[in-house]
Ligand binder design. Structure first.
Ligand SMILES: [Fe+2]
Length: 184
């Protein structure tokens, strides 16, 4: 079984039944990743596998700290001995360091998982932040607004996404520029 199929099956097993909406989002993020072949080349499969796995830390069976990037990455590392690149991408997806700071888990996150190369980090953030909660494609501004309204003012996730907004916009912009350059 290839890495993408393995990741899809694992995410489906963990998310589909307990968290159907999260599974719909995950499928949308995975499909978005599959469109990045023109800029990622041979690494598109790794990115797609990470896209399917990025939110598995929400699965009730996995929740430990309650910080889903870290719970997901630790599960991949400890239970599946997954590829280090996949673990790193899941741990840091969509500028997770800011939520780690809010949760006092920054030291654990950066001690256990290094950052991946910027082109892969940006690509996963782009896929996640241009896909809505039901898997639909969204403009990044609409996605950010949707997160604000879903969690509401004052929520830890809202504060984290506000702190992450410059990082998210930079990643999305970098991928959009790279895609546009390929089309010229
Ligand atoms: Fe996430």
């Amino acid at each position: 079984m290839g890495q993408v199929e393995w990741a899809y099956d694992l995410a489906q097993r963990l998310l589909e039944e307990p968290l159907p909406r999260r599974w719909a989002h995950t499928q949308g993020v995975g499909k978005r990743a599959e469109t990045l072949g023109p800029i990622l080349g041979a690494e598109a499969d790794t990115l797609t596998a990470a896209a399917y796995l990025h939110d598995i830390g929400y699965a009730p069976d996995l929740v430990d700290t309650g910080f889903h990037p870290l719970d997901g990455a630790r599960y991949l590392r400890d239970v599946h001995q997954a590829d280090e690149t996949l673990c790193r991408l899941v741990a840091h997806h969509s500028c997770a360091v800011n939520e780690a700071l809010e949760r006092s888990l920054y030291d654990a996150l950066v001690a256990e998982f290094d950052q991946e190369r910027p082109e892969l980090v940006d690509a996963l953030t782009y896929c996640d932040m241009t896909t809505g909660p039901d898997g639909q494609q969204l403009d990044v501004a609409d996605r950010l607004a949707e997160i604000h309204s879903r969690y509401g003012p004052g929520h830890l996730v809202t504060r984290s996404i506000t702190a992450s907004t410059p990082c998210i916009l930079a990643s999305v912009g970098a991928v959009q520029s790279a895609l546009a350059a390929r089309q010229e």
